[in-house]
Design a protein around this ligand. Sequence first.
Ligand SMILES: [Zn+2]
Ligand SMILES: [Zn+2]
Length: 116
Amino acid sequence: MTETVPSTPPRCQAAGNVTPYVAEMAVNVTRAPGGPPRTTVRCALARHLTFEHEGIVRELDGTEGHVWGSFGAGVPVWRVRVARPCTEQAGHLPCGLYADHPGVCVPARTDAPAAP
Ligand SMILES: [Zn+2]
Ligand SMILES: [Zn+2]
């Protein structure tokens, strides 16, 4: 039996670095407990034409969302913020993005670099 891979929208492949300064901001931006900041992030958006990429810098516990970081091509993450999860479905999976994200809904990416 062949497992058919559900068709998901093509993903942005951009990756960005998290500088120590931004990593510290990602910790201080919220009191919510969560994982350590990542040193690299992958854009979680579906393929997009805008210049800003968005990736999860820190996973937070609970349902409050995650610490998201904005970065550009060759530009490390320069802004972090806590954003609540998008409540839409991406096919049969919950959308892995944040509320009011640009573009179509996509499931949480499983190839994002793990926390160190
Ligand atoms: Zn992107
Ligand atoms: Zn969504």
